[in-house]
Design a protein around this ligand. Structure first.
Ligand code: NDP
Ligand code: 8X3
Length: 256
């Protein structure tokens, strides 16, 4: 029987990360699960009691904590086949002129710098072994602007271009890179975006059928299971109920 493969999932305590943990466990993968909420990680480890699971409480914004997590992996978890850079968040939906600078900094620190810390820590071993895959969680917001998306969308545009540049750097190494770009999905995302306001978060999903964590997990798993000679560069996916709006046009008052 082939040896188990190992995936490191950041942001495994909720949403996409949680769904990916369950799906990869069901396919007999060895899991390294990372997030800040220890109790959620322990709950997930219990749910996945039949699987090989290593949990790591880690704030991806802290490069020191990331280094401790990677350096402290037990021997059997130390060869990472897939890094799923999923930890991330949107904070606020204010227009730029009234946005909270602390929210902006948190998004940059998490969605950009955290992803960089993990990638830089894991890549050398992948390159040395001649295989591996980095799967980044981007967003449609990285390609398509919307009011209030300002810094969140810009962090995901970074993820999109960084993913492409990684492919350029990793040319010929056998290491694959994929950027997943989901649209609206019901997770804890909106609850976090609206700083815990359940009504505001609930309104986002009123009367629609959004994507689910399981939908995204299946896509992540599909990209990882392509044959080694196939690299899925990006997957953009929206719920059927979501599409684009026309350009907004501001008209001078009195001009109709
Ligand atoms: P959730 O809020 O449900 O999950 C976010 C996860 O990120 C949690 O596990 C959280 O864990 C983790 N996380 C946040 N900050 C940190 C940190 N500093 N260190 C470690 N872990 C952190 O949201 P989603 O599952 O929806 O989001 C996952 C990814 O998908 C994000 O990158 C998001 O931008 C992206 N995305 C989401 C979409 C959506 O509509 N839901 C659409 C497109 C992309 P903890 O709080 O325990 O640290
Ligand atoms: C999350 C999707 O449209 O709320 O990345 O920005 S959206």
């Amino acid at each position: 029987m082939a040896d188990k493969k190992t995936i490191l999932i950041t942001g495994a305590t909720a949403g996409f990360g949680w769904a990916c943990a369950r799906l990869f466990a069901a396919h007999n993968w060895r899991l390294i699960l990372c997030g800040r909420r220890r109790e959620r990680l322990e709950e997930l480890r219990e749910i996945l009691a039949d699987s090989a699971v290593h949990i790591a409480v880690c704030d991806v914004r802290d490069q020191g904590q990331v280094a401790v997590m990677i350096d402290g992996l037990p021997e059997e978890y130390s060869r990472i086949d897939v890094l799923l850079n999923n930890a991330g968040l949107a904070l606020g939906l204010n227009h730029a002129q009234s946005a909270d600078m602390e929210d902006w900094e948190t998004m940059v620190d998490t969605n950009i710098k955290g992803l960089l810390y993990l990638t830089r820590a894991v890549l050398p071993a992948m390159v040395a072994s001649g295989r591996g895959q980095v799967v980044n969680m981007g967003s449609v917001a990285g390609s398509w602007p919307y009011p209030g998306g300002n810094t969140y969308g810009a962090t995901k545009a970074f993820v999109q271009q960084f993913s492409r540049n990684l492919r350029a750097d990793l040319h010929g190494t056998g290491v694959r890179v994929t950027n997943i770009e989901p649209g609206m999905a019901e997770t804890e995302f909106s609850l976090v975006r609206f700083h815990g306001d359940r009504d505001q978060a609930g309104n986002v999903y009123q009367g629609v059928t959004p994507l689910t964590g399981d939908d995204i997990a299946e896509i992540v798993y599909w990209t990882v299971c392509r044959p080694q000679h196939v690299n899925i560069n990006s997957v953009e996916v929206m719920p059927t109920c979501q599409s684009w709006s026309p350009f907004a046009v501001h008209r001078e008052s009195g001009q109709g």
